[in-house]
Write a protein that binds this ligand. Structure first.
Ligand SMILES: [Zn+2]
Length: 313
């Protein structure tokens, strides 16, 4: 009997806690919704940051919260809303980033370690040289089709908006054994990054004959700093579809020979993939809806105004 009563008390108090939790999330009573809160660029958001780049920021005192991107964010009861950017004007724009290029010019918000990541170097060839060559060829191909192209260094402008963004890198296993290519997209971004990856991957595999290096896809790729808007202000707009391409292993003699002697094959495959993507996804689709991030599992913000944690680059 005693045990049963205790059980009943437990059940009742458990239900009360659950109801309180549901109400605080606005699930039971719509009128209990907390007002929305506008968070300016660089202000803290009540969701965890994407911590995938922890290795790259070792030794750097990164904020323990996610930050609002340029343009700010709106905290609602159950979601965080990132307002869509203004629809760009003019020809469709593609950003081709040369990985590691001028990385020493990264702003201070990236800490100490990332600006020292100058890329790999094998057989008298540097990763930056290979990527720059490919980027210039891609740009020529896309510009010939009437597209606007930005060849970007390691630093992207805060909230960079484009119809597609491709970061070019090549890998290094330290010993020269591994071969193959891989691509990755980030999280908490608009809905089209994976479609961009798919569009580029297929012609790339067909044109290069390289294997897909699935195990090589690291959190440093998915958490790539250039699109990690919830940690850095100098990052792509969450609405700019982005893909990182590890074109092959610079450390592998055969991959390296292909990348240096057939750069035009690599460039035309990537350009073809980008064009396929742009043809399938018009601007009003890419920039048509706010980005809405569910806040389930996390507490609602306190009523007091959130302090600004804006990093000063
Ligand atoms: Zn790289």
């Amino acid at each position: 009997m005693h045990v049963l009563r205790r059980l009943l008390v437990l059940l009742v108090s458990g239900a009360a806690v659950a109801a309180a939790a549901l109400m605080s999330f606005g699930l039971l009573t719509p009128e209990a919704r907390t007002p929305t809160l506008e968070v300016p660029a660089g202000g803290p958001l009540p969701i965890p940051p994407l911590a995938a780049d922890a290795d790259d920021i070792a030794g750097f005192n990164a904020p323990p919260v996610a930050l609002a991107p340029p343009g700010g964010a709106i905290v609602e009861t159950n979601v965080i809303r990132i307002p869509r950017p203004e629809l760009p004007e003019g020809p469709r724009r593609v950003g081709i980033q040369v990985g590691h290029w001028k990385i020493d010019e990264l702003p201070k918000e990236f800490g100490e370690r990332l600006p020292t990541q100058t890329g790999s170097s094998w057989g008298g060839v540097t990763e930056v040289e290979v990527s720059l060559d490919v980027a210039q060829r891609i740009a020529a191909l896309l510009e010939a089709r009437g597209l606007a192209v930005d060849i970007l260094p390691a630093t992207v402008e805060p909230g960079y908006v484009a119809d597609a963004f491709v970061a070019l890198h090549s890998d290094d296993d330290g010993v020269g054994e591994k071969s193959g290519f891989k691509m990755a997209v980030g999280r908490r971004r608009g809905s089209y990054d994976q479609a961009l990856l798919d569009a580029v991957r297929e012609p790339y595999a067909a044109a290069t004959g390289l294997d897909w290096d699935a195990e090589g896809i690291t959190s440093n790729m998915t958490g790539y700093y250039a699109w990690n808007w919830s940690r850095y202000q100098y990052a792509l707009s969450p609405f700019t579809p982005g893909v990182i391409v590890e074109m092959g292993f610079l450390s592998n003699a055969s991959d390296r020979a292909f990348m240096t002697q057939h750069a035009e094959v690599i460039a035309s495959a990537i350009a073809e993939g980008v064009v396929r993507f742009l043809d399938a996804y018009p601007r009003d689709k890419l920039f048509g809806q706010d980005l809405v991030i569910q806040r389930s599992r996390f507490r609602t913000p306190t009523a007091s105004p959130l302090p600004s944690a804006s990093p000063s680059p």
